[in-house]
Design a protein around this ligand. Structure first.
Ligand code: URA
Length: 189
């Protein structure tokens, strides 16, 4: 992990290092069985170098606590480690350049449950493990079984979507209940 941190701090694989303040690599327990993958750092994350510290982070905390989890018990990373200016969507080139870092994180953490937050994380992760990606609206809360790795992927809406569409919160709580049930069933910690 130390090696990876150093690599990302010095990364120049795309142009985002020029405009970011800090890379946001990941946070939480590197021995966790549960890994959450978001999209990219926003303004607050860029300043602090920690994922999900802004408004979306508050919603994420609430969702985690609804199933008796907190940030110390999971590992949180993003598709992009550096903030896209103005919080624009990640580009294809940036995703291609940055995701080897995420791949390495997944290898190191070896999560049993991967929770993908929103469309970008879901598309990347499902494709990586050989599933056909679909929009989050169609597959949120479904369980994708990665048999050869003994792990599951559960796509959920991005926490920020509850900021724009408060009605979605109930669906997100339902999806987190699916994750809570998986944790109980497989005695994941
Ligand atoms: N949104 C994300 O996807 N990731 C963060 O770290 C913060 C907001």
């Amino acid at each position: 992990m130390e090696e990876l941190l150093e690599k990302v701090r010095n990364c120049r694989r795309c142009k985002l290092w020029r405009t970011r303040k800090n890379p946001v690599i990941g946070s939480g327990d590197i021995n966790a069985d549960i890994m959450l993958i978001g999209e990219a750092p926003g303004r607050n994350e860029d300043i602090e170098g920690i994922p999900f510290v802004g408004a979306a982070g508050e919603i994420l905390d609430e969702l985690l606590s609804s199933i008796n989890l907190n940030r110390e018990k999971v590992y949180i990373a993003n598709i992009l480690k550096c903030r896209p200016p103005g919080n624009r969507d990640p580009s294809r080139e940036e995703i291609d350049a940055c995701t080897p870092h995420l791949d390495r994180q997944i290898e190191l953490i070896k999560p049993k449950i991967v929770v993908t937050l929103g469309n970008f994380a879901t598309r990347y992760t499902l494709e990586k493990f050989g599933f056909k990606p679909e929009s989050i609206g169609r597959i949120h809360g479904k369980i994708f079984d990665v048999k050869d790795r003994n792990s599951k992927i559960v796509p959920v809406y991005h926490p920020a979507s509850a900021l724009y569409n408060p009605g979605i919160k109930g669906l997100m709580l339902d999806d987190f209940r699916v994750i809570g049930d998986l944790i109980d069933k497989y005695k994941v910690s």
